[in-house]
Design a binder for this molecule. Structure first.
Ligand SMILES: [Zn+2]
Length: 252
């Protein structure tokens, strides 16, 4: 199985990164996409991907770090990429953590969308309390031809359907397994299988029954099994479909 979104470059993995990666593969994992949130984590993601088989990487600046964004710096990382660069992300808008710099967030988000279009790379979107603005930007800048995934989706089913109509993929983390995530369960149960895939967002958002522990790529199976049960389908069958979706999306 593929963990389509994991922060192996997070300092929480500095002491046991090799063990974390090994236990994922021992558990039957196929590949991991190491996702970045700023310039230093993008460099680190590339290094991790370069020395490990079946680990790919992304580069990008998260909305929480939009003040550190430099377009030339990011474009240099694309020009000097390895063949394991698979996407731009995570990028987007976060009005939950920061309501006061919306204009700056939008500027940094659209700049990265334009780079993704220029270099034909799909994008991974982080969106919190900003679905309407994200939708408008997607319609205006049309990155849909290169591929768009809404990571850790937590919006409504209605909104998910609107995104899917545009060709956007929906990705689920461990938070779909949480007791209070009723809306997310509704989405996971009802959207078409060809529009979804799974991720851990490790070290964050550990799925049940390990909630509270540090998250790891190997727990991606727990999220997939949970959603398979929700939908009343076989977990292996679900994983086969969502892995195919992810492979096609990231071109791996
Ligand atoms: Zn993330």
């Amino acid at each position: 199985m593929i963990d389509t979104h994991c922060h192996l470059n997070d300092s929480q993995f500095d002491n046991d990164l090799e063990n974390v990666i090994n236990s994922f593969f021992v558990s039957g994992g196929d590949s991991i996409i190491c996702v970045s949130a700023d310039y230093p984590s993008s460099i680190k993601a590339k290094q991790i991907a370069e020395i490990n088989d079946n680990i790919y990487y992304t580069i990008g600046v998260h909305p929480d770090d939009c003040n550190s964004y430099d377009e030339t710096e990011l474009e240099d990382l694309i020009i000097t990429k390895s063949d394991k660069l698979v996407a731009i992300g995570e990028i987007g808008l976060d009005y939950f953590h920061n309501k006061l710099n919306r204009a700056k967030q939008i500027e940094v988000f659209t700049s990265q969308i334009n780079l993704a279009i220029k270099y034909r790379l799909p994008i991974i979107i982080h969106c919190r309390d900003a679905y309407q603005d994200v939708l408008e930007i997607l319609k205006k800048y049309s990155p849909l031809e290169v591929g768009v995934v809404m990571h850790c989706y937590s919006g409504s089913l209605e909104f998910a359907r609107e995104l899917i109509k545009l060709g956007v993929k929906i990705s689920f983390t461990g938070n779909v397994t949480y007791k209070n995530s009723i809306k997310t369960k509704d989405v996971a149960k009802n959207i078409p299988l060809e529009s979804m895939f799974f991720e851990t967002d490790a070290p964050y958002l550990t799925p049940e029954p390990n909630r509270g522990k540090r998250n790891e790529p190997k727990y991606v199976f727990n999220t997939a099994k949970f959603v398979a049960e929700l939908r009343g389908i076989d977990a292996d069958e679900l994983i086969k479909i969502t892995d195919e979706n992810a492979k096609k999306f990231f071109n791996i």
